[in-house]
Design a protein around this ligand. Sequence first.
Ligand code: SAM
Length: 304
Amino acid sequence: THFGFQSVPEEEKEQKVYEVFENVAGSYDLMNDTMSVGIHRLWKDLFMRRLSPAPGTKLVDVAGGTGDIAFRFLQFAGNESSRPSTFNQMPNPLTQDFDIKLPKEVEMGLFVDPAESQVDDSSSSSSDEEGDRLRPGSRAATHVTVCDINQAMLDVGKQRADKLGFTSGISWVQGNAEDLQFEDNSFDAYTIAFGIRNCTNVQQVLNEAHRVLKPGGRFMCLEFSQVTNPLLRSVYDSYSFNVIPVMGQVIARDWKSYQYLVESIRQFPDQEEFADMIRDSGLRMVTYENLTFGIAAIHSGFKL
Ligand code: SAM
């Protein structure tokens, strides 16, 4: 094949993938927006709505990169204390990464939702029951552990967390999805978004997901998948093979990394095959949902 990475032996894949994300970390978020014309944000929003985490959920977001899933999770399920004080004035997702100036009041956190300031008051006063109920930390704390093999991606994620005001309820851990450092039965939910196809041994990743989930816990994966309609598929193929590496070259001066990303999408199992692999890990009630004609898919399963 003329696409160099396809012939890479298994044991070198991990190193190659590492280098790809080392190279793209700084431009990763911008490239995501450009290549998918912003659609990845909608997919991620939907992914989080499908998970619909309740406050108090303990999530591990594997291959969590620069935090896109973790931040959505905290917005959705976060305790008062883990949400930014400007929660209701979160920067417009379409502008947040482009250093667009926000009104001074927003930046200074002066636009505080009245409901939120009440919560703050109640945590400083002590006795009344209503206050107790609302006080941050009075119930199990919502928490997300972002795990990624690449420290450069995590570092970008931490900077974004600071910028967005997520100060608690989040920890960043460097680690390999195929060999997680967490105990058995540790998490209520496990997410992996656009990460599993980069792993050398996908089945091993799924087995680890099953292991670290608590009984009753939910596995959710968002990943590129196979476009089923043949006509749309040929349009999509020519877009991804011809346009994406060029964009990679122009925006990030990095043709090869983006060519690799396109190839890895093509080689990933289709919706049904992947669902079977998830079942093989021991997860049950496995379902999937196609997004945008199957360009991406959400797979879900439970540890029973
Ligand atoms: N989940 C994030 C998102 O949706 O924006 C990041 C996705 S990014 C395309 C893929 C991530 O997978 C990279 O940050 C990369 O470092 C990470 N990754 C690749 N192989 C991994 C492995 N074996 N274990 C953990 N993370 C891995």
